[in-house]
Design a protein around this ligand. Sequence first.
Ligand SMILES: Cc1cc2nc3c(=O)[nH]c(=O)nc-3n(C[C@H](O)[C@H](O)[C@H](O)COP(=O)(O)OP(=O)(O)OC[C@H]3O[C@@H](n4cnc5c(N)ncnc54)[C@H](O)[C@@H]3O)c2cc1C
Length: 394
Amino acid sequence: MTSSTGFKSKSVAIVGAGPAGCMCAYFASQNAQVTLFDFSKPLQTLLYTGGGRCNLAHAEYDFKELAKFYPRGEKFLYSVFSRFSTCDTIEFFNSIGVNTYVQEDLRIFPISNSAEDVRRKFLGELSHCAFKKEKVLVVEKLENNFRLKTEKNDYYFDEVVIATGGHAGFLLAENLGHKIIKPKPALTGLITAENFKVLQGVSLKNVLAEVLFENTLVAKIQDDILFTHNGVSGPLTYQISSLCARLDYSDRNPILIKLDFVKKEIDLQSMFNLNPKKDIKNLLVGFVPKSLAEYILKLNRVNSEQKCCDINGQTRDLILKSLLEFKITAISTTKEGEVVTSGGVCLDEIDSKTMQSKLVESLYFCGEVIDVDGFCGGFNLQNCWSTGFVSGNA
Ligand SMILES: Cc1cc2nc3c(=O)[nH]c(=O)nc-3n(C[C@H](O)[C@H](O)[C@H](O)COP(=O)(O)OP(=O)(O)OC[C@H]3O[C@@H](n4cnc5c(N)ncnc54)[C@H](O)[C@@H]3O)c2cc1C
C-alpha cells in the first residue's frame, strides 16, 4: 500500500492473536498494514488469566528488579524492560480505558476485575487490523518477503512476527532455522510420592520451603501452600515448579521439599512442661491446622490424645522435626495452575533491542513463544506486553 506521501507502508503478518500478538499489532499498525492470524478467537487466552480477573502486571517499577522474577530470561529482559516496563503497561491500559489498581500482594488488576472487559477494550483498539481465523502451517522466507501458508490460502508479507504462545507453533520457528529449548510446564501443582488425600484442601500461609534436588539446594522460598488429592498446589508450589522446570525429576529422582511451618526456634519441651495435661494434638494446633496436626502425629506413631507429659524426648524431637522440616517428595507436575511454558525459541538467536531474529531478517518474536517465563503475579503477561511493544515498534 502507498500513502499520499509516496511512503510504502510495510505489510506485517502477526501469527497468534494472544496478548503478545495483540500488543505487537497495536504498535506495529501505527506504521504498517497489519494482519493477525489465529485459529482461535483473538485474545481468547486472556479470559482465563487471574481467575478471570486478569492479573495484567506486578507493581515492581524498577526494571532490573522486575527481571529477577523470571527464572528464564532475566538478562535478556533488561533491555526489553528498559523500553517498556510496569509504568508503561499501566499507562497503556489507562490509554485504552482500562484503569488499574494494585492489590495488597502487589498484583495489578483492572478496576473492573474483568478479563472480558480488558479483552473487549483492547480488541476495540485493533479494529483497523485485518484478522484471519486461520491456522498458519508454514512460514517461508523468500528473497524479499515471506510466504505464509495456512490451511486455506497462501499469503505474502514483508515482515512476520511469531507470537504463537507456549502451547503450539514452535515448529514455525524451528522450520526457519531457530533452536527451540525443550518446552516444559511451569507454575503448576506437583504430584507427590506421599499420599496427602486426608489433607486435601488444607492451606497454610507463608510457609518456608527448602527445595533440594540431587542433594543440592535449589532454593529457599516462602509463600502459601495448599494440599491436594494427589500432592500440593498454591503459590509456593507454583514457584517450586517454575524453579525446577528444567530439572529431570521423577519418582526415581524426586525433588525434596522441606517445609518449615514455624519459622522460629521453639522449645517444645518447655511447652510440654507448661501444659502437661494437654492433649498433644491441641498443643500442635497452635502451629498448624488440626488435620495437619493429626497427620503429623500419625506419621510419628503418636496417639493424638496423648498427654504432653507422657511424650518422651525421642518422640518430641520427631514431632519437632515434622514441624520444622516436613518432608514432601515431588515426582512430577500436574496439569493445573497458571501453567506457562518454560522453553521456546532460544534467546541467543533474538536481538533483545528489537525482538528481531538474528538468523532471518524481518522475522520477529514476542510473548511466551520465546524462552522466557516468570513467576505467578502478572509477570508472564508483562513479558507479553513488553516484548509485544518492542517487536511492534521495531
Ligand atoms: C489458567 C491460566 C491463568 C493465567 N493467569 C495469568 C495471570 O493472571 N497473569 C499473567 O501474567 N499470566 C497469566 N497466565 C499466563 C499467560 O496467560 C500467558 O503467559 C500468555 O497468555 C501468553 O501470551 P502469548 O500471546 O504469548 O500466547 P497465547 O496467549 O498462548 O496466544 C497465542 C495465540 O496464538 C494462536 N496460535 C498458536 N499457533 C498458531 C498457528 N500456527 N496459527 C495461528 N494461530 C496460532 C493461539 O490460538 C493463541 O490464541 C495464565 C495462564 C493460564 C493457563
